[in-house]
Ligand binder design. Structure first.
Ligand code: ADP
Length: 238
């Protein structure tokens, strides 16, 4: 459904992404793991359309989103983005945050917001609350609902669970994974946390210095790591 083919990106003289290729199918779950500074966030920003590559091709259902002659901006891509904590507009209520990008009458928007709150298991009574009045886990659900409002085909998750404590992190992760798979939305999770990657994804891509050092199923990457660095990284998960 979505393909990134030989994509490269430099910032100044630094080669941040070097010939990266990635395929996503509907409902699939991919984790991108790698050390800080390896290019994970830049990769998500290229998929979303917040940054353009220097070279390569990005296609959705065979139609170019980026090529030498085409460059489709973020708001025209059906791609949702859930960043790390602090992603909500602090001066808007829960309801206003979720409904922010919905172009519809007030009544219709409220109906859609309620439906989205149900989908992410947020109590409707929280609709008029401010972000600072709700918990971290609830804030992440609001961010997810806001991204779902755009009816994305791909959901990009940039360390979205990192601020949550361990128990809540596991339940929020599972709920998010189930919701996106059922909706047929391809999920791409960036994480530092090996356990998170192994339990969330069907496909893990290990990124190192802007290149995929290895990609495969969690079992494959775990049992046959490509090098010692990957083995040590995944070994920490035990
Ligand atoms: P990660 O998410 O894996 O920590 P990033 O994609 O954020 O890595 O960053 C990869 C490299 O690109 C880092 O060296 C970072 O300093 C650099 N970088 C990221 N964004 C920019 C930018 N807008 N301008 C210049 N350098 C950047």
């Amino acid at each position: 459904m979505f393909e990134l083919i030989n994509v490269s990106k430099k910032f100044g003289h630094t080669q941040v992404l070097d010939n990266i290729s990635l395929s996503l199918s509907p409902g699939s779950r991919t984790a991108i793991v790698g050390p800080s500074g390896s290019g994970k966030t830049t990769l998500l920003r290229l998929i979303a359309g917040f940054e353009m590559p220097d070279s390569g091709l990005i296609t959705m259902r065979g139609t170019p989103l980026f090529s030498p002659t085409v460059s489709i901006p973020a708001h025209q891509r059906k791609i949702g983005f859930v960043p790390q904590e602090g992603a909500l507009f602090p001066h808007l209520t829960v309801e206003e945050n979720i409904g922010w990008g919905i172009r519809a009458s007030r009544q219709e928007r409220r109906k859609q917001v309620e439906g989205l709150m149900d989908r992410v298991s947020l109590d409707r009574q929280l609709a008029r609350h401010w972000p600072h009045e709700i918990s971290g886990g609830q804030q992440q659900r609001v961010a997810l609902a806001r991204a779902l409002a755009q009816q994305p085909e791909i959901m990009l998750l940039d360390e979205p669970f990192s601020a949550l404590d361990t128990g809540l992190r596991a339940t929020t992760r599972k709920a998010t994974a189930d919701l996106l798979s059922q909706a047929g939305v391809a999920a791409v999770l960036v994480t530092h946390d090996q356990n998170e990657a192994l339990s969330f994804a069907e496909q893990i891509a290990v990124i190192r210095h802007g290149r995929f050092a290895q990609s495969g199923t969690p079992q494959m990457v775990y049992s046959q790591p490509i090098d010692e660095e990957t083995a040590l990284f995944l070994g920490d998960a035990l």
